[in-house]
Design a protein around this ligand. Structure first.
Ligand code: CTP
Length: 402
């Protein structure tokens, strides 16, 4: 089946013995209908000839910035615009190290640095190189940068050693690529709103009541929905982080009332709303327009009034929109979360406990239990916020695509 018909794939090949397998991978992609442009590092060419690869792909292989015979300049930027996916297989420890550190001394890494599309990396190296803290650190950096790592397999290595480091088999990589494209369309046409970050409630022009929310969880969820083809709007409180996918629309707000206004106006046009923001429950009753001066009195009082509850308001008026709330609790976690889910008329609630060291504000990890209105419950181990986002979107997608 031509499952990759019309897809543009850049296949990056760096210099490792597994480069011979790239020819099989290339064939597997072409057979599935993809158009493939091969980009090689200079040492990649020592392991497999560009002639073989260009015969299989039907395109000249790109490896130098300038073509030796024509003097034509190869634009890595154009390749980045052309491609729907970049796959680097094999990726050596050297290439991974350069990618993680932005060292752009060959056509392959330069192409990576200008890639706008998803990048997948299939590492291949000897056991000890793979295990080395430096390689592991670099792989982790790539993961954080949004690269999908196709983990090497355990098996017999070219060195004669046995262990992890062998590149995943070409057919398995081709299947991963197929699944990536299938998934990237799975929520096409669905409109999703995600709230993220804290809210700031002004006291005077220089002070506010806020909280430590970083927005990381909400942003990761927005990225994941977008990666699956959904049309995503993020309503963000004041956060210092950025969204990676330019397709995501971002509405910046400061206070709970502004967040409420933005969410209510988006609600009618949304298939799903994920309320990951840490919204302040109260705001000062009066906001001073001048900086409040130190008084002679020993203490002072700021009267607070209740903010609108965005989740509960959406729950009251929901008309087919799936609502996903969050509950960050310190005690009686499940009981409190289920009470919140019911009180706010949510479809799902994502519970995390302040008692878990991996959960909470400003962390890169989270440990969640997802509970549905129907009483289904799924507890996950501690994971990166990116992986937690994947789990949450997996669960919600089932209902969203019913
Ligand atoms: N939420 C909201 N608007 C508010 C307060 C909370 O939309 N004014 C949402 C949060 O985004 C989250 C869920 O409601 O999805 C639960 O937030 P939380 O602060 O835990 O709930 P509260 O109802 O404020 O309960 P608590 O008494 O624990 O603060």
């Amino acid at each position: 089946m031509k499952t990759l018909q019309g897809k543009h794939i850049v296949l990056g090949i760096s210099g490792g013995i597994a480069a011979y397998k790239s020819a099989y991978l290339l064939r597997a992609l072409i057979k599935r209908g993809a158009e493939v442009q091969v980009v090689m590092t200079p040492s990649g060419k020592e392991f497999i000839t560009p002639a073989t690869l260009s015969a299989l792909s039907g395109k000249p292989v790109v490896s130098e910035f300038f073509s030796a015979n024509t003097g034509e300049w190869h634009s890595h930027v154009d390749l980045g615009l052309w491609a729907d996916l970049m796959v680097i297989a094999p990726a050596t420890a050297n290439t991974i190290g350069k990618m993680a550190n932005g060292i752009a001394d060959n056509m392959l890494v330069t192409t990576y640095l200008s890639a706008k599309e998803q990048v997948m990396v299939a590492p291949a190296m000897d056991l000890d190189m793979w295990k080395h803290p430096s390689t592991q650190r670099n792989v982790e950096t790539l993961r954080k940068d949004g690269v999908i790592i196709i983990e090497p397999e355990a098996g017999e290595l070219a060195s004669g050693l046995t262990g992890k480091g062998r590149m995943e088999e070409p057919e398995a990589i081709a299947r991963r690529i197929e699944l990536f494209f299938e998934k990237s369309q799975s929520l096409r046409g669905k409109r999703v709103v995600v709230t993220a970050g804290p809210t700031y409630e002004n006291i005077d022009p220089v002070r506010f009541i806020g909280n430590y929310s970083s927005g990381k969880m909400g942003f990761a969820i927005a990225e994941e929905f977008s990666a699956r083809g959904a049309e995503v709007t993020v309503v963000a409180g004041p956060v210092s982080i950025k969204l990676q996918n330019p397709a995501i629309r971002r509405i910046d707000v400061v206070s709970a009332k502004e967040m409420y206004g933005a969410c209510m106006s988006l609600a009618g046009d949304s298939d799903c709303m994920v309320l990951a923001a840490a919204v302040a429950d109260y705001a000062p009753a009066v906001v001073s327009d001048k900086k409040i001066k130190r008084e002679l009195a020993e203490d002072m009082c700021i009267r607070l009034v209740r903010n609108p509850d965005i989740a509960a308001s959406l729950g009251k008026e929901k008309n087919g929109t799936l609502l996903v709330g969050f509950a960050l609790e310190t005690d009686k976690e499940e009981e409190n979360a289920i009470a919140k889910l019911k009180r706010k008329n949510l479809d799902w609630i994502v519970l995390n406990s302040m008692r878990d060291p991996e959960a909470g504000f400003m962390k890169d990890t989270n440990k969640v239990t997802v509970i549905s209105a129907a009483g289904d419950k799924k507890a996950f181990p501690a994971k990166s916020k990116r992986d937690v986002a994947r789990d949450i979107v997996d669960i919600v997608s089932v209902d969203l695509t019913k």
